[in-house]
Design a protein around this ligand. Structure first.
Ligand SMILES: [Mn+2]
Length: 323
């Protein structure tokens, strides 16, 4: 029996299911969580959606978003815990501590490094998103997909494929998305919630940050800086700067994009993006960080000037053709 079928069987058998995902949730984590919990509720199960962290504003309009609970789900003993998009138990933010004995933990994830912490582990690194995996669970199990469910799952697939731009935009992901649109996914509203929902101060900060863009002499390395002073002028923190680095990666010919984010006078967060086979997780690893091949990060205990010098030197070396 496939792992997918084991997940479907366990969900069919369970009268109650708690659905949860990783801390610092984005649209895949929350869309998959809400899609699953709403679909299972619609077939009569007791369900609830959990996350250890508050939702970012762009996710608060997803159907069911106001129901996401932040406490540890021990008040009610669930028969089943469905954990989505979460590569290890620590990433649940402690939500599974105190789960009742005998409860089944289903681990459904698309991260290659998943620690296989569940009683059933359906880990498929080729899947575009946890949202696509939930879609496949619902279709395989014959669970109906309502407009609210379709909207959540479409939002999950849309964001984890970078709006159908990344290499994980597979035929399966597109077929799932097409089927979800047919099931009523609110395509235009989702785009407006996710991508048309910016505080103007974020764009003031972006403007200031883009003015720091520098490109190496050979054009393959480019970087930006988010200083503490710029954050203070905008009245915003680093949490709104997550996608600024995409503007750096979009520069013609750039193979490694870097964003330096000043946390304090002695601490700098560094984000990396790359194209193709260039593995920036290894580059981040040189500074104690990690991530995926094309998206990674690390934190240096250093001034912005020192961090920039060290990281750019390492990135330049990494780009040498003989390494
Ligand atoms: Mn995901």
């Amino acid at each position: 029996m496939s792992e997918l079928d084991k997940v479907v069987d366990a969900l069919r058998a369970a009268p109650s299911v708690a659905v949860l995902a990783h801390v610092f949730p984005e649209a895949d984590a929350i869309g998959a969580t809400l899609g699953a919990s709403l679909a299972l509720r619609e077939v009569g199960k007791v369900t609830a959606a959990y996350n250890a962290d508050p939702l970012p504003p762009e996710l608060c309009s997803l159907p069911g978003a106001t129901e996401v609970v932040r406490e540890v789900p021990i008040a009610r003993p669930y028969a089943c815990y469905l954990v989505l998009d979460t590569s290890n138990l620590e990433r649940t933010g402690g939500l599974l501590s105190g789960r009742p004995a005998g409860a089944v933990v289903l681990n459904v994830d698309h991260h290659a490094g998943n620690s296989r912490f569940g009683d059933v582990n359906w880990v498929e690194s080729e899947a575009s998103s946890a949202g696509e995996m939930v879609y496949r669970i619902l279709r395989r199990g014959g669970f109906p997909i309502s407009k609210a469910v379709a909207t959540n799952l479409y939002a999950a697939i849309l964001t984890d494929t970078g709006s159908f731009q990344y290499g994980n935009t597979t035929p399966e992901a597109l077929r799932a998305a097409a089927d979800l649109v047919e099931s009523g996914a609110a395509v235009e509203e989702i785009a407006a919630w996710l991508y048309g929902n910016r505080d103007p101060r974020e764009w003031y900060l972006l403007g200031e940050v883009l003015a720091t863009l520098r490109v190496s002499a050979d054009g393959r390395l480019a970087w930006i800086e988010v200083t503490s002073a710029a954050q203070a002028r905008a009245g915003l923190g680093l949490e709104v700067t997550e996608d600024f680095i995409n503007y750096v990666r979009a520069v013609r010919g750039v193979q490694i994009a870097v964003a330096f984010k000043e946390v304090s006078a002695t601490q700098v967060k560094v984000s990396f993006r790359s194209r193709g086979d260039l593995d920036v997780a290894r580059l981040a690893g040189q500074f104690g960080g990690g991530g995926h091949r094309n998206a990674a990060g690390c934190t240096l205990q250093a001034s912005l000037t020192d961090a920039r010098a060290r990281v750019l030197a390492a990135a330049s070396t990494y780009l040498q053709p003989d390494l």
